[in-house]
Design a protein around this ligand. Structure first.
Ligand SMILES: [Zn+2]
Ligand SMILES: [Zn+2]
Length: 382
């Protein structure tokens, strides 16, 4: 059996209070679980706001009423068998740059201990992705002591990604030792990231960074086996053995792939200037492809990394409106089921040839993309 695993999902509200301000207020713990199980068909779901006060309280409530059960090897199971991995995202200062980091914890005891640490180090322990007043090494070894795994979040996005910011082209250097994984983010894939030599030794992660239900599983790991618990999951992630594929956005579909002018939309190629060569305003937004070009120090592909397949959730494909999706989910099963398993003949019962072909192209990672940039997503070509 395959397992589909998205470890980066935020929540909008918990225990009657806001959690991630920018997330949809309808995205609660129960809603995320329900959507991941019934619509998306995930097997492993990482709740990245689990250490926030209100979410922790809801986790404890679900355990007390028996809707969740802690697994002996870490993680929590729902009645339908979805494995939940509690996690945390925070912002911190690394060498003068604001960077987002992630951590995952085995169980409630560790999560509570981490929550007590957060209460001393952040202004509002009820909110997600708060600024952490602690050094990199202290915070990362704290997570390690609790049996958790820390790493870098969406490392290539211009917004708070370690490698993504214009003034932070610094190599990881000594920081690499504490980093268990690097999450790539929507605008990069493993081929791009592996052009940086020091990253070839670090495990990669993809996750959706979902702020709303439809975006759950827009990026996910495809794992070769039924994942039992936290311990086994991280054995697979850290060794890379057992990952069948990384499934994620084509970088060109992300908001920051190409350098582009925010003002006039001009795309100037390999330019590193701040001012747009066409409208002359200082509104050029540096793209991920240029950044990686600048950081790249190897052309040798890394060995042993699972393949990266381009994935786009069904609701972002042209011709797949809410009514069509309702019919598909009702008759054929979850999104993962439709993307990976349903035969073309069965798809043809509900979709015209063109849309069936689109799902088959998605399955093979062969969709064509119009490039995104300067904060606008790209588009799937019809
Ligand atoms: Zn973030
Ligand atoms: Zn996030």
């Amino acid at each position: 059996m395959l397992s589909f695993c998205d470890l980066h999902v935020h929540l909008g509200r918990a225990s009657g209070k806001p959690v991630k301000i920018t997330a949809s207020s309808g995205l609660t713990l129960n809603r995320a679980i329900d959507h991941a199980e019934k619509i998306k068909g995930l097997n492993v779901l990482g709740i990245i706001d689990a250490a926030c006060d209100g979410v922790l309280k809801e986790f404890k409530g679900l355990l007390a009423e028996g809707s969740l059960e802690e697994c002996p090897g870490g993680g929590l199971k729902t009645a339908r068998g979805l494995l939940l991995i509690p996690g945390s995202e925070w912002e911190m200062d690394i060498e003068g740059t604001r960077v987002h980091c992630l951590a995952f914890f085995p169980g409630m005891g560790e999560l509570e201990a981490y929550n007590s640490y957060l209460r001393e180090k952040v202004r509002n322990p009820g909110l997600s992705t708060q600024f952490l007043r602690d050094g990199f090494h202290k915070a990362f070894s704290m997570v390690g002591r609790l049996g958790g795994h820390p790493g870098l979040a969406h490392a290539f996005t211009p917004f708070k990604g370690y490698f993504g910011q214009l003034d932070s082209f610094l190599p990881l250097g000594e920081y690499a030792k504490g980093v268990d994984f690097v999450e790539l983010g929507l605008s990069a894939d493993s081929t791009l990231a592996d052009r940086i030599k020091e990253l070839q030794k670090i495990p990669f992660l993809v996750g959706s960074d979902a702020h709303s239900s439809p975006n759950i599983a827009r990026e996910y790991l495809e794992i070769d086996t039924t994942v039992r618990d936290f311990e086994q999951l991280f054995q697979i992630i850290l060794s890379g053995k057992g990952i069948k594929a990384f499934r994620g956005f084509p970088p060109a579909l992300g908001k920051y792939y190409k350098t582009r002018c925010r003002q006039c939309g001009f795309t100037p190629g390999e330019d590193e200037r701040k001012n747009c060569p066409r409208c002359l305003k200082p509104t050029l937004v540096q793209g991920v492809s240029n950044r990686i070009e600048k950081l790249s120090d190897t052309e040798k592909p890394s060995t042993g990394r699972a393949p990266y397949f381009y994935h786009i959730p069904l609701h972002l494909l042209p011709g797949f409106g809410p009514k069509t999706l309702d019919v598909l989910y009702k008759n054929l099963g979850s999104e993962m089921e439709i993307i990976h398993n349903i035969s073309p003949e069965q798809l043809e019962r509900f979709l015209d040839k063109k849309r069936v072909e689109m799902i088959l192209r998605l399955r093979r990672g062969e969709l064509e993309i119009e490039c995104g940039g300067a904060g606008s997503y790209g588009k799937v070509k019809k």
